[in-house]
Design a protein around this ligand. Structure first.
Ligand code: ADP
Ligand code: MG
Length: 741
């Protein structure tokens, strides 16, 4: 049989053919085809190791001081670093540099400058030389008025500044267009207002460090110098052939399918998760990983996810600040390399209805300057006591601030995912696993009221070191689960900037540490021993936060009711969740830890509302246009064929059956036209409103539900219209063609 005749075939048939004839992309290992990863890992980054090697000794020492003590970087040091960085980059063929930052757009931003300056010689000859100065390294001044400030701009000058974050390595971004040196920076306004996602994250880490150190000193870790938060962000994504995406205005405009009937086969056979990876996809992953390795990103695990054409990339954990930069970079690399392999990488939380969406599990823990994990049950009674105390502080933090944590992961995309039968519900609860739950219950019951080291062992706490991660049970329905030696914040959406939920979590925990230190100081005054005082505090905190612990089925309807009875915030949608930012009491921990001022919190509220409104608006407009220009004409073609056929039928019985077939399609067509008209009207009314908050609420409560109805009608039509008339690539084609490669 010959292949499809691509000249007369429909665009959709051509796309299918092209997807099957995908290009054979050559993937070469960096350096040589036998080079081990360690030979090129980090080759495109300029971090501390390079600085030590390339900088004069005193400049390096002064940089360390800045990093360790937050001292201002002296001008000479900046010059020395800039000059070393320039030499290193130019030798690698870099021509431009940019300040790389994370404005509140949900994306990263960069403005490129060439490494050149003009020198005028003695004879007035112009000469171009490569130059990169200390001040170019340290500070930039992009036009802040083009980035969202959430209303903060009216109260200050429109100026914005980017300043180098020396704790994150410089890196080179390389593609076919050339090489650019990227300087990771924070972005802030004239009066120091944070205009980005990194500044608050750095502040939260500072606050966490100082509050946690205080607490640990009281606990007996007198020599503790630094506490870091660690993060390993597991990233889920879909890979769809570019030829299909090109024919889907919804995927191009919104990153998700606004239409599309589910295919007979979805994920019910449960055969995709951890299944063997198609070679075409493996080549893509391989190239992504090479790129990540060169950028010093420790990509570790790759596998198929639950839904067809869904995959996951998981790195080894790092300090939160670095890991957050690395996750953002990874998302960019995933998208860029996909195009080279003729794929589009979809990072949206719910690109396809009816099958799993994508999340980004944020594995989070705390470690001290000795590299000990504070959430790892230890081998000595003291380490166990510390583990339990820190655990109870984190539980308290999550319990008291669960509404703001919920708001930090709110987005229109995540609304489709949370609470569907795949992702945790929109109620923040914590799962500890049965063994730890039992230990916590025993502590609460006072079984260790007078606990000494010995009694703690009697209680079973001393056996905690035997809880290997492999023995802790899993609960996939929990948004915040303890997994042996870390918490996994599973409710975070796949497209989100992790700095935002991490900032809120760090800050909540920092505040809880502060309160815990106060309480512990008082207890220490009255109690006989430190261990007793610590146990008392732990017991109180476990009791006070008990309502947030839940080990049942988070998907169940009963949990919703139960959560309400427990007084936990049940915030079903973004529209509900964002309102929390207006509640000064709920957000007080953010200003008290100096992570976000009241003004900065409100600016984030305004930006989130605006983004919500714009996102839904784009989705509705796209849906209306697709219905009008793609779906309706396809149905009309089919009706035309039906009516012609009708004229040629003489058998009465056939006529009857055929009429009922036409009738079915006519009914669907009628709903499509009616719903299209209703949705157009409603959307216009809502759009013309002036209050953004009301707009958001109406979009969520009126416009969205109506759009779902229109979608359903269109999806019914898809099942009744001839395959050759249907212009949009179908779910089965987009999701299952990879398995043919
Ligand atoms: P699991 O089987 O629980 O998913 P893995 O060992 O596969 O655990 O780790 C999942 C993710 O958690 C990885 O990205 C890993 O680097 C990260 N992780 C492990 N330990 C920590 C930690 N102490 N802090 C933060 N993230 C961690
Ligand atoms: Mg996991």
């Amino acid at each position: 049989m010959s292949s499809v005749n691509t000249t007369s075939a429909s665009p959709r048939a051509q796309a299918l053919q092209a997807a099957l004839n995908f290009p054979n992309v050559q993937v070469d290992r960096p350096i040589s085809n036998t080079a081990p990863i360690s030979d090129f890992f980090g080759s495109m980054t300029f971090g501390l190791a390079h600085m030590r090697e390339k900088l004069p000794k005193d400049a390096y020492q002064s940089l360390l001081k800045t990093l360790e003590q937050g001292k201002k970087l002296p001008k000479e040091t900046a010059e020395a670093i800039a000059s070393a960085v320039k030499e290193w980059s130019v030798a690698k063929g870099v021509t431009h540099f940019c300040h790389w930052f994370q404005p509140m757009t949900g994306l990263t931003a960069e403005k490129h400058d060439a490494f050149i300056t003009i020198q005028t010689s003695y004879h007035s000859e112009l000469r171009v030389i490569e130059r990169f100065t200390g001040s170019q390294l340290i500070q930039g001044e992009p036009d802040a008025s083009s980035f969202p400030s959430g209303g903060m701009r009216s109260t200050f000058e429109a100026r914005g500044y980017t300043t180098w974050d020396p704790s994150s390595p410089l890196f080179i971004i390389e593609d076919e267009a050339g090489k650019t040196l990227c300087v990771p920076t924070v972005f802030f306004g004239y009066h120091g207002q944070a205009l980005d996602c990194k500044t608050p994250l750095l502040r939260s880490l500072e606050s966490l460090n100082s509050e946690a150190c205080d607490f640990l000193k009281l606990l007996g870790d007198v020599d503790v110098k630094r506490i870091n938060a660690t993060l390993g962000a597991e990233q889920e994504y879909f890979l769809i052939d570019r030829n299909f995406v090109a024919l889907r205005p919804d995927l191009i405009m919104t990153g998700r399918t606004l239409l599309g009937g589910s295919s007979p086969r979805g994920q019910q056979l449960e055969d995709h998760y951890f299944g063997s990876i198609p070679t075409r996809v493996k080549k893509y992953m391989q190239e992504v990983e090479y790129e990540l390795f060169k950028l010093g990103i420790p990509a570790k695990t790759r596998h198929n996810e639950v839904a067809p054409s869904q995959f996951e990339l998981a790195p080894i954990f790092e300090d939160v600040n670095i890991s957050a930069d690395h996750n953002t970079l990874s998302m960019e690399v995933l998208k860029r390399i996909a195009l080279k392999h003729n794929f589009v990488c979809l990072l949206h939380e719910k690109p396809f209805a009816g099958i799993n969406g994508s999340g980004k599990h944020n594995n989070w823990s705390l470690s001290n300057d000795k590299g000990e994990n504070l959430l790892e049950p230890g081998t000595t009674p003291h380490q166990n006591l510390r583990f339990l105390a820190v655990l109870s502080v984190v539980l308290k933090a999550v319990y008291e601030n669960s509404a703001v944590l919920r708001a930090s992961i709110a987005s229109p995309g995540n609304d489709h995912r949370l609470g569907a039968n795949e992702a945790p519900p929109a109620i923040i609860s914590v799962f500890l696993g049965s063994m730890l739950e039992k230990i916590c219950n025993e502590i609460e019951e006072g079984k260790s009221a007078q606990a000494t080291d010995q009694q703690i062992i009697d209680l079973g706490v001393g056996k905690i070191p035997n809880i290997s991660k492999d023995y802790t049970d899993r609960n996939r329905t929990s948004p915040f689960a303890f997994t042996g030696n870390k918490f996994e914040f599973r409710a975070v959406g796949s497209s989100s900037i992790v700095s935002i939920p991490m900032t809120i979590l760090n800050s909540a925990v920092a505040f809880a540490f502060r309160e815990a230190s106060e309480k512990l100081r008082n207890l220490l005054k009255n109690k006989a021993s430190r261990d007793e005082a610590v146990m008392e505090l732990t017991r109180t905190y476990l009791k006070e936060s008990k309502q947030v612990r839940f080990d049942g089925n988070g998907y169940s309807a009963e949990w919703r009711e139960e959560a309400k009875r427990r007084g936990l915030p049940v915030l079903n949608s973004t529209a509900e969740a964002l309102e929390v930012y207006k509640d000064e009491k709920a957000t007080a921990f953010l200003s008290k830890t100096h992570v976000l001022s009241a003004e900065e919190i409100m600016s984030r509220y305004h930006i989130s509302v605006e983004r919500y409104v714009k996102t839904i608006d784009i989705e509705i407009e796209t849906l209306l246009e697709m219905t009008q220009t793609l779906v309706i004409p396809a149905v009309e073609k089919q009706l035309n064929v039906l009516s012609t056929t009708q004229q040629h039928i003489s058998s009465t019985s056939l006529k009857k059956h055929h009429q009922s077939r036409s009738h079915k399609l006519e009914l669907v067509f009628d709903s499509i036209l009616a719903l299209h008209e209703d949705l157009t009207k409603l959307n216009d009314t809502v759009r013309n409103g002036h209050d953004e908050t009301i707009k958001m609420q109406r979009l969520a409560s009126e416009v969205q539900p109506l759009s779902v109805k229109l979608r359903e009608a269109c999806d019914q039509a898809e099942k009744l219209v001839a395959d050759e008339f249907w212009p949009l690539p179908k779910y089965r084609e987009m999701l299952f063609t990879n398995s043919l490669s």
